[in-house]
Write a protein of this length. Structure first.
Length: 289
């Protein structure tokens, strides 16, 4: 099951209740916030009491997770996170925007459509249109994951157009939101790690390697906290390349070989070849045993 947080919020507001009013003697206000903003399902006992106070039935705010749109977006998200962009687009093409009713589904559609315009078609203008639709249609300062990633996407799209001042503005906004974001599921952790890495590579592109290292370290810390190896090989190589530019050969050497080992573990042949090429290009010596 999944809860429709936006619908809970609509019922609450229609009855003139604050989050505190709805939560009174049932749960904490923070629980209501998690329901409405993150679609976080509390215990069934709490959920039934909240529905009773709102005067609604459980099925008014709960849907089965085998809903077709939900399943497609789950598959699209996995394909994007694993860089299977053609696969992601073929699945997203099965979704009709006009058929979507829930805000989170509409946000997901616009975000993934924008991201795939960048990844599959190198079309920053269409990407900007889709990211902008998401941010304009909903609260422009919302800090949910799709809004956050869309601000980052806008920055990367403007960078592709060579508008680096505008790009940096959006990337900085996204990074500030990333630092405050609380990932409460493995998928969200991966999205947050991926966003840190994309931001780190942007700053590497514009020659701000100190910022690259700071963001890469945040991604590594988040991964360690969640026992995740997702993208670590790419993160360590990104760090190493910036350390080379900053004349920190010792740490660059260590991180490049950590990246290579992780690429072998994750069977990421493409990145392993990239690391091998960079080791030769920068004449990085083997680590001493």
């Amino acid at each position: 099951m999944r809860i429709l947080g936006a619908r809970v919020r609509a019922y609450r507001k229609a009855r003139g209740l604050s989050q505190k009013d709805l939560a009174k003697n049932i749960c904490t206000q923070a629980t209501i916030s998690l329901i409405e903003k993150r679609n976080k399902i509390p215990s069934m006992q709490i959920l039934l009491k909240l529905c009773s106070r709102l005067g609604i039935q459980l099925n008014d705010v709960i849907v089965e997770t085998d809903d077709q749109a939900v399943q497609i977006f789950r598959e699209v998200g996995y394909a994007v996170r694993t860089a299977q962009y053609r696969n992601a687009e073929s699945r997203l093409d099965r979704v009709k925007l006009r058929s979507l009713k829930e805000n989170d589904e509409i946000k997901a559609y616009y975000y993934y459509r924008g991201q795939l315009q960048l990844m599959n078609h190198d079309n920053p203008d269409e990407a900007i249109f889709n990211f902008g639709m998401l941010l304009n249609e909903f609260n422009n300062r919302s800090k949910d994951i799709y809004s956050l990633m869309s601000r980052l996407g806008l920055g990367l799209a403007y960078a592709k157009k060579g508008e680096f001042d505008k790009a940096e503005l959006f990337v900085n906004q996204a990074v500030r939101d990333l630092d405050e974001f609380d990932s409460d599921s493995p998928d969200l952790v991966q999205d947050q790690v991926s966003s840190y890495l994309q931001a780190a590579k942007f700053f590497q592109e514009i020659g701000k390697d100190g910022r690259t290292l700071s963001l890469a370290k945040k991604a590594i810390k988040l991964s360690e906290q969640n026992n995740s190896l997702f993208l670590l090989e790419d993160i360590y190589q990104t760090m190493a390349l910036s350390q080379l530019k900053l004349d920190d050969g010792k740490n660059a050497q260590q991180n490049m070989y950590i990246a290579y080992a992780l690429a072998l573990v994750s069977k990421n042949q493409r990145l392993a070849e990239s690391i091998t090429n960079n080791v030769a290009k920068y004449q990085i010596p083997p680590l001493a045993l």
